[in-house]
Design a protein. Structure first.
Length: 339
């Protein structure tokens, strides 16, 4: 373990947090400081150097983090997801944007104090995109990072806003000051597609209809899918999401031509997803009962995204294509979970 490498992970209890902490523990190269608004999941107990329970909008949490820990890397995973953000947009703004701003301030202060850039990893989302309707979505094909950035959800607005805040703090912070900062934080963001985990239950994302099908089928529970059968989104298995974060974190700064990168693995319609579920769980009871409001959100997100920049700049390539994701990760792990 390198005691000089101190990693802060916010939102540690979430789906990405579980996978990231597990992988970092295997590598044993860093001290992990974890935070979450809820008590740390018992499955993560003992895997973190220290856990601080607290709200990322609470100044006292950041005072303690800055005072006690020489943080070198931040994985900012804490967030209110899309469905919950639509139900309470003001709280989403406070947590997702103001909370991120607090983390950026912390990273900036630590960078100034040490003279070395704190690396700040930010998981963004395809929610940052906003296509006007299903027809435009079909015509658009693979969407690049700089296209269709007119999000139609509060969650998407939050994500896009934080991408811009990170870009500002990383490249332009206090540019008119009499003495500009000698060093600025190193902000790097990933736009994830729908993430599918076999280890944790979905927690409120609009793309969660896919993993919800799987988890319900494995338990023998009926499931009403809230989108049309022809609804298409890009997806990624959770181990690849963790891999992408760690791979981008390790990439030399000089190799990066962007602040925000798309990453993806495979694209499926809800009907194609169900066929794969039925192959593993023939008795799965799934019906399509589209919710017009949530359907509208899915129709505003790309059917697929272009991740050529990530492949070119830092060698991104998923380990789990569609076949491997289902046959080697999702199905066996979820079967074991509910057996």
């Amino acid at each position: 373990m390198n005691p000089e490498n101190v990693i802060l992970i916010t939102g540690a209890n979430g789906e990405i947090g579980h996978g990231l902490i597990a992988e970092l523990c295997i590598r044993q190269t860093s001290r992990i400081i974890a935070t979450d608004v809820q008590p740390l999941d018992t499955t993560l107990s003992g895997e973190c150097h220290e856990f601080l329970q607290g709200d990322i909008t609470d100044p006292s949490l950041f005072e303690r983090l800055e005072r006690e820990f020489p943080i070198t890397t931040i994985f900012h995973l804490a967030s209110i997801l899309s469905t919950k953000a639509e139900r309470d947009p003001e709280t989403a703004q406070r947590v997702n944007v103001e909370g991120t701003l607090n983390l950026l301030r912390l990273a900036t202060s630590l960078t100034t104090r040490s003279g070395h850039p704190v690396t700040f990893l930010y998981p963004s989302s395809i929610a940052a995109y906003g296509l006007p309707d299903a027809a435009a979505k079909h015509k658009a094909g693979k969407v690049r990072e700089d296209d269709w950035l007119e999000p139609a959800t509060m969650y998407g607005c939050n994500k896009l806003s934080c991408e811009h805040l990170g870009r500002y703090y990383g490249a332009h912070y206090r540019r008119l000051a009499a003495e500009p900062p000698a060093a600025r934080l190193d902000f790097r963001a990933l736009r994830f597609p729908g993430l599918i985990s076999a280890l944790t239950v979905p927690t409120g994302g609009t793309s969660d209809y896919g993993p919800e099908m799987l988890h319900h089928a494995a338990q023998g529970k009926p499931y009403a899918c809230f989108v049309r059968a022809d609804s298409r989104l890009p997806f990624m298995a959770m181990p690849d999401a963790v891999k992408a974060l760690l791979q981008l974190e390790a990439a030399p700064r000089a190799r990066l031509t962007r602040t925000v990168y798309n990453v993806t693995s495979f694209s499926l319609t809800a009907e194609e997803f169900l066929r794969l579920v039925h192959q593993a769980f023939p008795g799965a009871q799934v019906t399509f009962e589209p919710d017009a409001r949530r359907q509208g959100i899915v129709d505003s997100w790309p059917a697929d995204i272009d991740d050529a920049a990530a492949r070119r700049d830092w060698g991104w390539a998923p380990d789990f294509d569609q076949r491997r994701a289902f046959e080697e990760y999702l199905i066996p792990t979820i079967r074991q979970r509910y057996s």
